[in-house]
Design a protein around this ligand. Structure first.
Ligand code: SAM
Length: 222
């Protein structure tokens, strides 16, 4: 089992603390190394974007073990998470000069069809509504954006799913997105297959009373 990146300096009142969903993503990428090397070639430099990077642990792991030469841009709507990401990158001595972070919603600041590998552990918990975006850095509510996903926990995720064709690279283009059972991932997978995507469940696990799964979405080139 590959080691978890270090994350000793973060303030978890402001940034999502790595939890079962985070660790499921690490296990997912440990299991995907061979597949991704086959897709992109060993030593390749794909563009990797993690949306909602939180602590930055997932992207740091991907930099360490999957794509040491990748061009990496992590995003989060929470500015504290963008800062945490850079702290985690530094703490783990990632020296890749093309690792950076930007505050934005989803991929709104990224050129179309620029992302080769997209990663998203979204706010997936069903809730009455998706919280409002705080207006100042000092606001105490940034962390609320990490979990509450509105109807079926899917409001933020559906926005991204409908953008996939626009944001993923036309060459390969693979997205890894995490779901809980209440997001109805089988229905999501079937819908996306009807839209022409190849969808696979790459890992799933019971975590407390929740079942989490990670779906891989890939363009159907045939
Ligand atoms: C469940 S946490 C996952 C954090 C981290 N990736 C992990 O796996 O530990 C969801 C993250 O998505 C971010 N987020 C929520 N809505 C977002 C949006 N519209 N655009 C970008 N990030 C968003 C939150 O701030 C939070 O950091």
């Amino acid at each position: 089992m590959l080691p978890t990146p270090k994350f000793s300096n973060l303030d978890f009142d402001k940034v999502y603390e790595p939890a079962e969903d985070t660790f499921l993503l690490l296990d997912c990428f440990e299991g995907q190394i061979q597949y991704l090397n086959t897709q992109f070639g060993p030593g390749s430099t794909p563009v990797i974007t993690e949306i909602g990077t939180g602590s930055g642990v997932v992207t740091t792991f991907v930099c360490q073990h999957v794509f040491p030469y990748g061009i990496v841009l992590s995003t989060d709507i929470n500015p504290h998470a963008c800062l945490a990401f850079m702290d985690t990158v530094t703490e783990n001595s990632i020296v890749n000069p093309t690792v950076d972070t930007l505050q934005m919603s989803l991929t709104s600041g990224i050129r179309p069809n620029a992302i080769d590998v997209l990663i998203f552990n979204p706010p997936y918990v069903p809730a009455e509504e998706v919280p409002q975006i705080p207006e100042s850095l000092q606001d105490s509510k940034w962390l609320d954006l990490a979990l509450s996903g509105g109807e079926d926990g899917m409001e933020v995720t559906w926005i991204l799913l409908h953008q996939l064709d626009h944001i993923l690279s036309k060459k390969v283009g693979i997205a890894y997105i995490l779901f809980c059972a209440r997001n109805k991932p089988e229905e999501v997978a079937n819908y996306m297959r009807q839209q022409g995507w190849i969808v696979d469940v790459v890992i799933h696990r019971k975590a407390g009373w929740e079942v989490l799964s990670i779906l891989r979405f890939k363009r159907n080139e045939s």
